[in-house]
Every structure is written in C-alpha cells, then in structure tokens.
Design a protein around this ligand. Structure first.
Ligand SMILES: N[C@@H](CCC(=O)N[C@@H](CS)C(=O)NCC(=O)O)C(=O)O
Length: 218
C-alpha cells in the first residue's frame, strides 16, 4: 500500500492541525518538510495553491486545505470517534473552527506581522482579536475543552492559532484575565500529542529517505 504524502511545515498552525488529526487517528503518512521560502518543486507540481498542508492520497487525490485533511482523517480512522465533541456535535465544532479562521485569523496575522514594525497598528489588531479569545474563554468555563471534558476536533483545530497569538507577546498574553483559556492552552502545549507533532525534520528533498509520520512514541 502506498502511504499518503503530507507536505507540511512544522511551525504552520494549519499544518499543525492536520498533523494533530492524523496523529489522533494513528494514520501513517510520508512527511515532506517544506520551507516556505524555498518550496519543493514536487509540492508546486501537486498543488497550484502551494500552501501547506497539502496531502496527496494513494489515488492521486490532492487535499489542499487543512480542514479537508482533518475531515479525511476523521472519516478514515477512529480519529472521528476520538475527536467527536461530547457536547454539541461535529458540525458545531467544525463551524467554530471556520469562524475562527475567518474572523480571528486576520487580526492574528495583523498583530503578528505589525508587532515589530508598527506597535500601534499591532495593538489595534490585538484589540480586535480579543472578543474571539473571550468567546473561547467563555466556552471553556467549567470544562477542560471547548466542547466538554473531552478533546475534540475544535481544540486541535483552534489551539495552534491561539498558541501563535500567545507567542507574539507571552508576558502580555499570560497577564490577561482569561482564566480558562490560559490553562487550556498550557495543557495543549504540554500534551503528548502536541509534542509528538512538533518533532523537527530537515527540509525534504527528492531522494531523501522516507520520513514516516506520526513518529514512534519514544
Ligand atoms: N486555508 C489554508 C491555509 C494554509 C496556509 O495559508 N498555510 C501557510 C503557512 S502557515 C502557507 O502555506 N502560506 C504560503 C506561503 O507562505 O507561501 C489551509 O487551511 O490549509
């Protein structure tokens, strides 16, 4: 059997959510680590869009959206069961991911990119991002995960972006009063799953020995 190929970039939050879904379902893929400033020609040939993650299936199907990789993992493994919310349903959880992608991510990007060059602009963007983080904080009130006491697709789909936001200015982030969001993020960062998907790989070039993902638990 040919394994799916995953073009990935370690620090990309979209690629992280895809790797987390694959990890949850113990789906073995061939990982090809991409450097965004020097993308492998094989990625460019597989996907005109050439964002990461991109997954190429056995039958040649190309999944070019992180959510599609997640959906595929949910449908083809027990990740579907493992990551089903214990409150609400899968549709709600996916809708929350889409809402954060559409409405929070632009402010996160502006905050992150302006931080070093235009602090006023960065602070404005940060201000606009706040309601979305308070929304998550409210959802986490009295429970460990966004949809109950069990990790769901929403947690792994959203936490990589909250991590990115927090890491722009950690001191500021951890000084805020979102008392549920902070422990949720810390638990995510400390989780075995997150550590496993953040293993470092050198840039892939054709001819390299195959890198299997998820890595073996050591
Ligand atoms: N909607 C896409 C977005 C993926 C995306 O934008 N990934 C970034 C890296 S985090 C990327 O590849 N950017 C292209 C580039 O920098 O050239 C998805 O969900 O997969």
């Amino acid at each position: 059997m040919t394994r799916p190929i995953l073009y990935s970039f370690r620090r990309c939050p979209y690629a992280m959510r895809a790797r987390l879904a694959l990890e949850a379902g113990a789906i073995e893929v061939e990982l090809r680590e991409i450097f965004l400033r020097d993308k492998a020609p094989e990625l460019l040939a597989a996907s005109k869009k050439a964002t990461v993650p991109v997954m190429v299936l056995d039958d040649g199907t190309v999944l070019e959206e992180s959510l599609d990789v997640m959906r595929w993992a949910l449908d083809t493994s027990d990740a579907g069961e493992k990551l089903t919310p214990d409150q609400g349903n899968m549709r709600d959880a996916i809708a929350l991911i889409e809402h954060m992608d559409a409405d929070f991510k632009p402010h996160l990007d502006a905050y992150k990119y302006l931080y070093r060059s235009d602090q006023m602009g960065a602070f404005e963007a940060r201000e606009k991002a706040l309601p979305f983080l308070y929304e998550l904080d409210d959802m986490l009130s009295g429970q460990s995960y966004l949809y109950g006491q069990k990790r769901s697709v929403a947690d792994i789909g959203i936490a990589p972006f909250v991590r990115q936001f927090a890491h722009v200015d950690r001191d500021w982030f951890y000084a805020q009063d979102w008392e549920n969001l902070k422990p949720w993020l810390k638990a995510f960062l400390a989780s075995d799953a997150f550590k496993r998907i953040m293993k470092k790989y050198p840039k892939w070039v054709d001819g390299d020995k195959v890198t299997l993902f998820p890595p073996k638990v050591s």
